[in-house]
Design a protein around this ligand. Structure first.
Ligand code: NAD
Length: 420
């Protein structure tokens, strides 16, 4: 039976992606449902005291998609648009991503319906501690390990780790990843997702025989993922001609000064007020000409309406779920754009989160060089597997990646059988 618990546009989109892959895998109906649906979720209403003395109630969720391959793993999002259906879709994508990369995790995701820019640091700390307090019976280093996502960062993770550790009576760094290195975070984690996006984009440029210094890029979203992706592409000689965040977008065909934009964003928290290029409406950023288009913000920004107008050679999906099902069809029909799907393209973050978890469990900390070498090895290996599968089945890269990710989970479920 198809459950309506998570009904929403984005969950429907993740289900349609799943169905296409499951069809290709000839997955039997009973295994299909078990593999598709999240195992469990916890929703909470959290009272938090604001600085002016009032108490506000915030809605929070955590969805654990699978416990079949090991603990669940996934970020926590603070955003006004958070909805349990979106959280469930993001948890599902995390499962396929971890499986594709060969990580011993199932997927999870958390979210709080809040605009973090409207809260003071003290309010954010109280909200984050409350969220982790509510989740404490539901998570654990061998059950479910959180990480940053949209609207959260290393500081959020430090508060959450501290809260969990106080509840347990001992320091437990492995309960979250993406922490500051001073409290057990891994070197290279903060940059990992964006650097992975840049690395895989360069790999595609090599395949297409386009030298980096003849390529251009546009990056939508200038938070953790987008800013490091832009910085890394810029450092390797790619001319970044467009960037944007929720507040403003900039374009300059001669190239933007990305280190300056990065410094502005670090100091002010957004690109608003930066003076480095001509501004243009956010919706127009994606359709400007470029070699690499990297959506690194939110879901469902490449649609059947703008997909025919894209003027790029490569799409590097830094965000989760940036391309709708109908846009995928348009891109497949066009056939002139190479797509690096989200489950591979932004997996650098969870790969280094995995390294962080290993380091925490072993109390043995790695050099930056060891992190980077192993990260790029794992991304390249998954990229190769995806390319081989795509050629073997004659299907687009997203479908190839999903059949690998979904197929491994379904096979593990079949082998483990049903309990009790
Ligand atoms: P973030 O909060 O650090 O940054 C989000 C950025 O997107 C901000 O610059 C924000 O202004 C911008 N943005 C939001 N709405 C926008 C809109 N409508 N138009 C243009 N820009 C908009 O978040 P992040 O961690 O960089 O995550 C971005 C995406 O990458 C999300 O889809 C997230 O799930 C995915 N992701 C993040 C990680 C990670 O390690 N942080 C890992 C894998 C995937």
């Amino acid at each position: 039976m198809r459950s309506t618990l998570y009904e929403s546009e984005v969950f429907g989109m993740a289900c349609r992606q799943f169905d296409r892959a499951a069809d290709l895998l000839n997955m039997p109906a009973d295994l299909r449902e078990r593999t598709l649906y999240p195992r469990r979720c916890l929703s909470v209403l959290m009272p938090v005291r604001l600085d002016d003395g009032r108490v506000e109630i915030f809605e929070g969720h955590r969805v654990q998609h699978h416990l079949t391959m090991g603990p669940c793993k996934g970020g926590v999002r603070y955003h006004p648009g958070v909805h349990i259906g979106e959280v469930a879709a993001l948890a599902m994508w995390m499962t396929w991503k971890c499986s594709l990369l060969g990580l011993p995790y199932g997927g999870a995701k958390g979210g709080v319906k809040v605009d973090p820019s409207k809260l003071s640091p003290g309010e954010l700390e109280r909200l984050s501690r409350r969220y982790m307090y509510e989740m404490t019976p539901f998570v654990g280093p061998q059950v479910d390990v959180m990480a940053p996502d949209v609207g959260t960062n290393a500081q959020t993770m430090a508060w959450m780790m501290d809260t969990y550790s106080n509840e347990k009576g001992h320091t437990e760094p492995a309960i979250v990843t993406g922490k500051p290195p001073e409290v057990g975070g891994s070197l290279g984690r903060k940059e990992a997702t964006g650097r992975g996006v840049a690395h895989l984009s360069r790999r595609r440029l090599e395949t297409l025989k386009i030298p980096a210094n003849r390529a251009t890029a546009i990056v939508q979203g200038f938070g953790n993922v987008g800013s490091y992706a832009a910085l890394d592409l810029h450092a390797s000689g790619v001319k970044v001609v467009g960037i944007g965040d929720a507040t403003v977008s900039f374009h300059n065909p001669a190239g933007l000064d990305i280190p300056s934009a990065f410094e502005h964003q670090t100091r002010h928290g957004s690109l608003a007020g930066w003076r480095g290029g001509d501004t243009l409406p956010n919706a127009e950023l994606l359709v400007q000409p470029c070699t690499v288009l990297a959506p690194c913000a939110m879901e469902r920004v490449i649609t059947h309406e703008n997909a025919p107008k894209l003027r790029c050679r490569i799409i590097a999906e830094g965000a989760n779920g940036p391309t709708t099902n109908r846009a995928d069809e348009v891109l497949a029909a066009r056939g002139d754009i190479d797509l690096i799907p989200d489950v591979l393209c932004n997996s650098g973050g969870v790969v280094v989160s995995y390294f962080e978890w290993l380091q925490n469990l072993a109390n043995d900390y790695w050099t930056r060089e060891r992190v980077d070498t192993k990260l790029f090895e794992m991304l390249d290996a998954a990229d190769r597997r995806m390319g081989e599968r795509s050629r073997e089945l004659g299907v687009p890269s997203r479908l190839a990646a999903l059949t690998l990710g979904i197929g491994r989970v379904a096979e593990a479920k079949r082998l483990r059988g049903l309990f009790p």
